[in-house]
Design a protein around this ligand. Structure first.
Ligand code: 4AD
Ligand code: MG
Length: 435
């Protein structure tokens, strides 16, 4: 109902000529009094603009409204544009009217509250109004849009997979059980198996949806619910899929930097990564182990990288890089063996540099029925739990490859956020389910 009132916004208004009349809608982000003047920073979807209420130029009741309004009240204002180099953005609005549409109580996010990250996450439904959250969410939206844009431009079909599933893709340890009409279902860890079924119809598919992990590891890079961008391609080799991964990542990031440079610079401390152009370096798992051992890490061939090793390895690079050829023992059952070296898989992880670590995992899948059946038995799993996943291999399953990328991992690195929970509106971790 108030929308028709608005004739400009905080960003466009600053570009209007002197004395132009504007009507804006928004919230009071900050307020200070200076003699007979009150300065307000008005926040709307586009940013911030300074409003000036002058006691001598406003009817008394309107000035009182300004004086008494608490931070974060929703307001409708009218005034004239005045150019002023001291105002943020070079222009401000001298108020002629000020209406409180919905009043606010005293804002609970005080300066001392800012010192408690836990309190700020308890009040996340309010703190998301701040400038940093705003910038993070805009960059996140751009990253996601640009990922989808890459796939659509390259002729992939966007498919959707179920959230309730019956068996693990990435190991039983991180499955979330759900009561399902007297049976146990689980929340999906990855849409990969569904994508594998669909490639026999559509060849190149991608998925964008949440995945769930009951992660016991409470690190700065694990959420229990994260947004998973996955792709699967028929007839593609491990080499082919690495090319897709590096093209996707560079497209997502370069376009987002182009569109959101102000927001990125506002949040990111330090320069942007200098070059994201592929191809990215391919480090073998063997070399990675050797490099870590040389740095004094107690790690042996066949071990998975822990959080510390991953960080150390990633710090040795200033551009994304692949680690390729993970040992069979470190990977889930569906991974194809390297025919030249049966102890390793045709698989890789794409790492972010600067200490941020893994952002994708991918590789070639076993497409032979017999080989997959035997591998499932070998790993102590039950073939019955994978009945349909096995059956698709009886009917013309070609060699194929795919990968999954964690949106929050990319965003955390791009903005150099201190913790992955800062990359999502309402984070889910073992300790946090509210708000
Ligand atoms: O490495 P993951 O577990 O691989 C898979 O799920 C494959 N089935 C994907 C595929 O091939 N289609 O997960 C893929 C990516 C990781 O590299 C990481 O970026 C992200 O998903 N990820 C998480 N992000 C945040 N919190 C967690 N707990 C995550 N677990 C995985
Ligand atoms: Mg992985």
């Amino acid at each position: 109902m108030w929308l028709a009132y608005r004739n400009s916004n905080s960003k466009d208004a600053k570009l209007l000529p002197e004395d132009k009349k504007v009507r804006l809608l928004g919230w009071i982000a900050s307020k200070r009094e200076h003699g007979k003047k009150i300065f307000i920073s008005l926040r709307d979807r586009y940013g911030y603009i300074q409003l000036v209420a002058n006691k001598d130029q406003l009817p008394e009741d309107v000035f009182t409204n300004v004086k008494e309004a608490y931070l974060e009240s929703a307001v409708a204002v009218e005034g004239q544009i005045k150019k002023d180099p001291r105002a943020p953005g070079g222009a401000e609005v001298h108020l002629s009217n000020f209406i409180v549409i919905s009043k606010s109580e005293e804002w609970p996010i005080t300066l001392s509250a800012l010192k408690s990250p836990e309190f700020l996450f308890d009040k996340r439904h309010l703190t998301i109004r701040g400038p940093k959250s705003r910038a993070v969410m805009l960059v996140r939206a751009a990253l996601l849009k640009n990922a989808i844009d890459y796939f659509i431009k390259n002729d992939y079909v966007w498919i959707q997979a179920p959230t309730f599933i019956t068996s693990a893709v990435e190991g039983g340890a991180t499955l979330f059980p759900v009561e399902y009409f007297g049976r146990v279902a689980y929340l999906t860890q990855s849409a990969q198996f569904y994508e594998e079924a669909v490639i026999c119809a559509l060849e190149k598919v991608f998925v964008v949806q949440p995945s769930f992990r009951s992660e016991k590891s409470r690190t700065r890079k694990h959420l229990t619910e994260f947004w998973h961008i996955e792709a699967e391609v028929a007839f593609a080799s491990h080499e082919d899929i690495m090319k897709v991964e590096e093209e996707l990542l560079s497209h997502m990031i370069n376009k987002t930097i182009e569109e959101m440079s102000d927001e990125i610079n506002f949040v990111r401390k330090g320069k942007l990564p200098s070059s994201l152009e592929p191809p990215y370096e391919k480090l073998s798992y063997d070399e990675a182990i050797f490099m870590l051992q040389k740095k004094g890490f107690d790690i042996e061939w066949g071990d998975d990288f822990g959080a510390r090793e991953e960080r150390a390895l990633s710090k040795m690079f200033d551009k994304p890089f692949f680690v390729t050829g993970y040992p069979v023992v470190t990977r889930s059952f569906y991974h194809m063996k390297d025919p030249n070296r049966p102890e390793v898989t045709l698989s890789s992880d794409l790492f972010a540099p600067e200490g941020y670590g893994e952002i994708t995992s991918g590789g070639q899948r076993i497409h032979s029925y017999e080989e997959l059946y035997n591998k499932i038995l070998e790993m102590g799993l039950n073939p019955e739990e994978y009945d349909w996943y096995l059956e698709i291999r009886k009917y013309g399953m070609p060699p194929h490859s795919g990968f999954g990328l964690g949106l929050e991992r990319v965003l955390t690195w791009l903005l150099k956020l201190p913790h992955i929970r800062d990359s999502t509106l309402f984070p889910r971790t073992p300790a946090r389910l509210h708000p």
